[in-house]
Design a binder for this molecule. Structure first.
Ligand code: FAD
Length: 603
């Protein structure tokens, strides 16, 4: 009897697996690794093997990296001085132009270097090792300032502007933020009214990187009722158009040499030929620019981390306390070891996202947001710990640490704050599950009138859930080296838990999930950890196959640390989805908001 029952179970499993495999959507260029992961599928073909650059690309990059070292290496003292003075000399900007740094991603046909996302990100990494203000000047130009032209420009617009942008004759800026509109980009007040063949732009933009040095502005304005949300349109505005002006250089915490200003548009007449994309589609234009530009910021963060690891390692070797170099103390080793893990994982993730873009995947917005959040926070931890290894010296302006800390802080704020990006990650990645649930609940309404049709849909969804809950047919890696089995198992188990948690949260909150930020953040944190681990697994796998176990020893140790850390964090996040102290925390925040101060004292 027992035997018959288990045979039946096996038969059922086999039948059910074939149903599942048949219905699993094939990986296409519109697939997203993270959306699939939330459904419980590991689309390993998207991440394996770890994307390698072509031999040509690697050669070119090696040359660029070496020349950048020659250009920027000798300027270490200048960078510190320009930070203090809050200025970047024109002559230096001219040097950057001559180097070709403004033409990195512009096609060769238009006079640029024609770099893909991976090569671009790697170049920014190198610049950021030397100076964050320079990296942001170059990054704001390519990552966001002129990217809209590349993505949405007409042939005529591209021919008109790209050659000048490639040489740096025109530097670009991205103008979205306004005094009343930051994260809530749809609430901008700048307007563009149609006047014959032209548009008349009016409005004020705030904290625009390159605002003081740019000649080319990608500007977002409302083209219908300014009071209404949305209805934005993107325009190319140039500095020579009457009515365009910039405010003074902002005095900032970090990136002090980089130009940040207000930019004003007063009755600026912009020809319709300078419209970027369709009327009313400006919000999409802005989001697409920001999504595809994120590997630039990620590359910069990785470069800064590499520099910090060098500084901390030197400090560990040279500083002697209690009769020993401080590198011999466990607590210093712990910091430097963690910096190495964070940097390797961030580099794997940023490179993977850039490669997904280069391979033509269209839906990598969630993965790009993950790379930005992880890299910016890894850099922040790294900068803080490197400063700590330097002790009091770390706090002195004579040493580079405090400047790097100041420069690093902005990465968690601009190009989408990490709070907004976490919400975006969770809500976007869960979207497919939400849609399945909606379809399920719709089909359930008909189950009793049309049991066969109802069963068809129900069996597919219920099967997937049952499989995940029981561990049967859990999605697994099949192409990883067997030596990585235990690390892969951590990922696979957590993927199953993620799919179950997403399902549970969506069933519990439905559409109201949008207002459940604590739950969304926990899911986003788990998703961030899992994608970073998947990219690191892929990277270590390729390295292991290429150089063998002995030479990949340190990389295997990185994977060991990261996978254990991810396992613990992810488990905790899933546990906290249901059992937590969120309501008390919210009440305490409300108490402080009401008082506008801390409510206690000991006297
Ligand atoms: C040095 C620098 C350079 C910049 N360069 C540019 C540029 O080139 N072009 C450009 O257009 N802009 C630029 N910005 C603006 C930057 O993009 C914005 O500062 C950023 O988008 C955040 O907007 P905000 O500062 O108005 O913060 P707010 O939107 O007011 O947010 C304040 C806090 O509330 C949180 N928050 C807001 N809404 C929510 C929500 N719904 N749920 C949970 N938390 C929320 C935020 O995460 C943040 O912690 C720059 C800013 C700086 C400081």
């Amino acid at each position: 009897m027992v035997q018959r029952a288990s045979a039946t179970l096996e038969q059922t499993q086999a039948k059910e697996s074939s149903i599942k495999e048949a219905r699993r959507p094939p990986v296409g260029k519109d697939s997203s690794f993270m959306r699939s992961l939330c459904m419980g599928y590991i689309e390993e073909d998207m991440l394996l093997p770890f994307p390698a650059m072509s031999a040509d690309e690697r050669e070119t990059l090696k040359g660029v990296v070496a020349s950048l070292g020659d250009l920027l290496g000798p300027k270490e003292k200048d960078f510190a001085a320009w930070d203090k003075a809050a200025e970047m000399p024109r002559s230096y900007i001219e040097e950057l132009k001559s180097f070709g740094l403004f033409g990195l991603i512009i096609p060769e046909a238009h006079g640029g270097l024609g770099f893909g996302s991976a090569a671009y990100s790697r170049t920014l990494q190198e610049v950021a090792k030397h100076d964050a203000s320079t990296a942001v000047t170059v990054g704001a130009h390519s990552s966001i300032g002129m990217r809209g032209l590349l993505l949405f420009g007409t042939e005529e617009q591209r021919a008109r502007y790209l050659p000048k942008l490639a040489t740096g004759e025109m530097i670009a800026a991205f103008c979205l933020t306004e005094p009343g509109s930051g994260s809530d980009a749809a609430s901008i007040r700048t307007t563009a009214h149609r006047d014959g063949d032209d548009w008349i732009l009016d409005g004020n933009k705030l904290w625009i990187t390159n605002g003081g040095i740019a000649d080319f502005f990608t500007v977002f304005a409302k083209t219908e009722n300014a009071e209404q949300r949305g209805h934005m349109t993107a325009f190319i505005v140039t500095r020579d158009m009457p009515g365009v002006s910039a405010g003074p250089h902002e005095d900032k915490m970090g990136l002090r040499a980089s130009s940040t200003t207000t930019v004003h548009f007063e009755k600026v007449r912009v020809p319709d030929g300078n419209r970027l994309g369709e009327v009313g589609k400006g919000f999409k234009v802005a989001m697409k620019i920001l999504n595809s530009g994120r590997t630039g910021l990620g590359g910069g963060a990785v470069g800064a981390m590499k520099h910090l690891i060098s500084l901390a390692a030197k400090q560990g070797n040279e500083r002697v306390q209690f009769g020993k170099p401080i590198r011999e103390f466990g607590l210093i080793k712990q910091k430097v070891g963690q910096m190495v893990v964070d940097c390797y994982a961030a580099e794997a993730t940023v490179h993977m996202v850039a490669a997904l873009a280069d391979q033509g995947y269209e839906d990598y917005a969630v993965e790009a947001a993950i790379s930005k959040v992880f890299a910016s926070e890894a850099l922040w931890r790294c900068a803080d710990e490197a400063l700590q290894t330097a002790g009091g010296n770390g706090y002195m302006t004579e040493f580079p640490y405090e400047r790097i800390v100041r420069d690093a802080r902005i990465n968690r704020i601009f190009e989408g704050t990490n709070e907004i990006l976490r919400l975006f990650i969770a809500l976007t990645a869960m979207d497919d599950v939400g849609r399945s649930l909606k379809e399920l609940s719709k089909s359930l309404q008909g189950v009793f009138e049309d049991p066969i049709k109802g069963f068809g849909v129900l069996s597919e969804y219920a099967l997937r859930r049952a499989q995940l809950a029981t561990g049967i047919r859990k999605s697994v890696f099949t192409k990883l080296d067997l030596r990585l089995k235990s690390h892969a198992a951590i990922f696979e188990e957590a993927t199953k838990d993620l799919a179950i948690a997403v399902d549970r949260v969506l069933r519990k909150h439905g559409r109201n999930i949008i207002g459940k930020q604590f739950a969304s953040k926990r899911l986003a944190d788990a998703m961030i950890d899992l994608f970073v681990l998947a990219c690191t697994l892929s990277r270590v796998n390729s390295s292991l196959l290429a150089v063998g176990e002995e030479k990949a020893r340190q990389e295997l140790q990185i994977l060991e640390v990261l996978s254990d850390q991810v396992r613990r964090r992810v488990r905790q996040n899933f546990e906290l989805v249901d059992r937590n102290e969120d309501e008390s925390l919210k009440a305490l925040a409300d108490h402080a908001f009401a008082l506008e101060k801390y409510g206690w004292d000991t006297i």
